[in-house]
Design a protein around this ligand. Structure first.
Ligand SMILES: C[S@@+](CC[C@H](N)C(=O)[O-])C[C@H]1O[C@@H](n2cnc3c(N)ncnc32)[C@H](O)[C@@H]1O
Length: 213
């Protein structure tokens, strides 16, 4: 690029990949699977929001009266929002770490939500988190989550995010130890579900609501 007239070149900082997404999703209604599944939690002791993003699901769990809500997310941009929410509500706790690094105490969690976050982890990490959730949930505890399927439009060359995509067979393997309350597969274009920026995309998404037996 020319630097005409000797004007100093100001370095432009590249926004973190999640900044725009958080701005676009901030204040959104919780997802339909969250609204449905949260009512099924056996009690309101502890809810965990994995890959919490702009904190919409965490705020919903607080609104629903959970005694403690823990949000986990690796993004630095998540921290600003989490600090603010923690200053307003003492029941809210946050951790800016990988979900696999968060210790889940056995039989301690009533409700876990992980919306569109597993697909931004490696499959090895998801295996660890899945095992930790299974141990951490109380008997009757609820897990609500989504995974991107292999035919999703996001399954494209690398754009800065780690993304992983799942087949129906892999999903069936995940859910086999749970009581399955919802196990749906959205595969194609839909008017009802739009991406964060409001545009349509080709979705391939599995939505799961599971109860620990
Ligand atoms: C698509 S956003 C979803 C945010 C929110 N759950 C929602 O539905 O709006 C995925 C989130 O997962 C977080 N994330 C990615 N890898 C993670 C990891 N290993 N552990 C925890 N969070 C992670 C990202 O920082 C991002 O906020």
């Amino acid at each position: 690029m020319n630097n005409i007239g000797g004007t100093p070149k100001i370095p432009v900082s590249k926004p973190t990949p999640w900044e725009k997404f958080y701005e676009q999703t901030e204040g959104h209604q919780p997802w339909a699977h969250t609204i449905k599944s949260i009512e099924l939690a056996p009690d309101k002791d502890l809810a965990i929001d994995i890959g919490a993003g702009a904190l919409n699901e965490s705020k919903y769990a607080l609104e629903k009266g959970f005694k403690q809500v823990i949000a986990i997310d690796t993004s630095k941009k998540f921290v600003e929002r989490a600090e603010q929410l923690a200053s307003l509500d003492k029941r809210f706790e946050w951790h800016n770490i990988k979900a696999s690094e968060f210790p889940m105490f056995p039989e301690s969690i009533s409700y876990v939500v992980a919306t569109n976050s597993f697909s931004f982890m490696t499959k090895d990490e998801v295996k660890i988190v899945w095992q930790n959730i299974r141990e951490g949930l109380k008997s009757g505890g609820i897990l609500a989550c989504t995974f991107f399927g292999v035919k999703d439009q996001f399954n494209m060359p690398e754009d800065g995010h780690t993304r992983t995509f799942y087949t129906r067979e892999e999903i069936n393997e995940f859910i086999k130890d749970y009581e399955v309350i919802e196990n749906t597969e959205l595969n194609g274009n839909t008017e009802n579900v739009k991406s964060a920026d409001g545009t349509k995309k080709r979705w391939h998404m599995f939505t799961l609501i599971l109860r620990k037996k």
